[in-house]
Design a protein around this ligand. Sequence first.
Ligand code: ZN
Length: 56
Amino acid sequence: MTDLHVVPLDDVVAHDTSVSGECVCGPTDQPVKREDGSVTWVAVHHSLDGRETRAH
Ligand SMILES: [Zn+2]
């Protein structure tokens, strides 16, 4: 159960954060530890505008 989403800002596509794992970018579920020691899952979305590979 993923209740948190990390979405790239100003991406070229609209990310679907309503259903976990159903977004077009294929988000990765990542475990994140809360302060009380419990673990929650965060869906990390990937930008589809190629910003990671863009030459600077
Ligand atoms: Zn997404």
